[in-house]
Design a protein. Structure first.
Length: 307
């Protein structure tokens, strides 16, 4: 029991740590990087799900099965969010829906016998993976070939999950066909192959993005509150949060495609630092000292003296 809880907390903690702390410090936190953030998060959820199934297989812990089923749905749903390239508000709402769906699947696993919970999980995965397949085909953020590779993998898993659910409902798991679709070994092999192909798609996307970045100038600028820890110590975390939220609000008002990053925002608007500095002074009443806290990705600071 303690091992299961510990592994679950570790996997979820690492996932949110990567998305919330490590990846936002990447060199180009643009919509593509947001895709990578959530794709990595989906991969970590997949690993966590695999760990839970291994724990369940060897010690029979029911909680491990519950967490494994829930994180499996989280993995597929988060990958769909990664590929969809949604605006911040819609992305948060969709992630909330994914989380609620995953919790519901986990609850069904806890409340029903394993044969029934397997059918429920398979049906839900068929829907979620189907949505992920469509998101990959139409993705505005992932390069075309990697997106199609991910779409192919998720599409095949959609068919497998749908067939699994139909077999469970129509014939049950007792017959030879049912035994094949209920097989943990076969199911694990299909899931692992899907994860590996999706991982390959992400690696290819990163390579393509790297080649493009090397040959083209960047179109996005990152503007953040510099010395955030010092600001929090001097004025309090609430004031820091207020400054960050106002900065993001200003950026989103000027650029519909602006992306939130840690302690600031990434935007494609020209002359982002002086433009946002002026907006913060005129629209939000920031003092010159507060404007001087703004830092661009290359280390330049906002100007305290305005002429």
């Amino acid at each position: 029991m303690l091992l299961t809880i510990g592994l679950a907390v570790m996997c979820i903690g690492v996932a949110f740590g990567v998305v919330g702390i490590a990846l936002p410090r990447a060199s180009a936190p643009v919509p593509f990087t947001t895709f990578i953030q959530y794709a990595v998060m989906a991969g970590i959820f997949s690993i966590g799900s695999t760990v839970m199934y291994v724990v369940n297989r060897y010690d029979g812990a029911r909680l491990a099965l519950v967490v494994g089923d829930a994180t499996m749905v989280l993995a597929a749903g988060t990958m769909a969010v990664a590929l969809a390239g949604l605006a911040v508000g819609r992305r948060r709402a969709t992630l909330g829906l994914v989380a609620v769906t995953a919790i519901a699947v986990g609850a069904s696993t806890a409340a029903t016998i394993e044969d029934v919970s397997l059918m429920i999980k398979a049906a839900v995965l068929a829907v979620v993976c189907g949505v992920c397949t469509l998101a990959a085909v139409r993705s505005p953020v992932a390069p075309r070939r990697p997106a199609l590779l991910i779409a192919a993998a998720m599409g095949l898993y959609t068919v497998y999950s749908a067939a699994r659910a139909l077999v469970g409902v129509a014939t049950g798991w007792a017959g030879p066909v049912g035994a094949v679709f209920r097989s943990l070994e076969i199911g694990s092999a299909v899931a692992i192959a899907t994860v590996l192909v999706c991982g390959l798609g992400i690696v290819l996307a990163l390579r393509i993005s790297g080649q493009v970045s090397d040959g083209e100038p960047r179109e996005h600028s990152v503007v953040v509150i510099g010395d955030a820890q010092l600001v929090a110590s001097a004025f309090g975390s609430d004031r820091l949060r207020s400054l960050v939220n106002e900065l993001r609000a200003a950026a989103h008002a000027l650029d519909d495609h602006a992306v939130d990053v840690r302690n600031g925002v990434a935007t494609a608007m020209p002359s982002a630092l002086p433009t946002l500095g002026e907006q913060m002074q005129n629209g939000f009443g920031w003092s010159p000292e507060e404007i001087a806290l703004l830092v661009e990705g290359d280390g330049r600071r906002g100007r305290t003296n305005r002429r």
